[in-house]
Design a protein around this ligand. Sequence first.
Ligand code: FMN
Length: 214
Amino acid sequence: MKTALTKFRKLLITAMAVTLAACAGGAAETAATPAPAAAPEETAQPQTAEPVTEQNEERVLVVYFSATGTTKRVAEMIADITGADLYEIKAAQEYTEADLDWHDSNSRTTHEQNDPEVRPEIGSDPVSLEGYTTVYIGYPIWWGEEPRIMDTFVESSSFEGITVIPFCTSSSSGMGRSGKNLEENAGSGTWLEGRRFGAGASEEELKSWIDGQQ
Ligand SMILES: Cc1cc2nc3c(=O)[nH]c(=O)nc-3n(C[C@H](O)[C@H](O)[C@H](O)COP(=O)(O)O)c2cc1C
């Protein structure tokens, strides 16, 4: 009986030892298991850069009308210097040499310039002024004023938010009321003084005038 009891105790002790060992092993195993990586700290995400808007970008357009090429040349030089786009106002009915004869009291231009209400039709495709910050607007002086086709143009355009800089060419006359007439007929935009140029206007002359505008 005593032997059986002793065997039972041995068995019990062995069983407990095995259980303890198993537990200890399990614990060791658990300890060896790498600790789960700490939850990654929320890393500061780089701010998504605002798309570079071009809202403040200066965009320049040179609009001109030229019957015999003098204003065209000046307009092209201004566009070159300022990096501007160019738009030519062309008359739907082109001006002939006879039309331009200012010695003839019956010529087309004499009639047009005598009537401030005349609005000759524009034949070139319309231009959108949207997005432009500055518009130079050039024309020859006819009878001391702007050709009436310039009034057709300004009355059909919105210069809202645009700085408008008139310029003209002539044989000898100054700008006269032409800049003011155009500003009044346009009814929008910030109109600057403007300037008259002769047929021989040089790049230096234009550059120094343009620099003075900024
Ligand atoms: C009908 C007409 C009227 C003109 N009137 C004047 C004038 O009053 N004063 C002036 O100095 N030049 C006058 N001119 C000359 C033009 O202003 C000058 O030649 C101008 O530079 C022409 O520009 P364009 O070649 O771009 O048309 C007149 C020209 C024409 C055709």
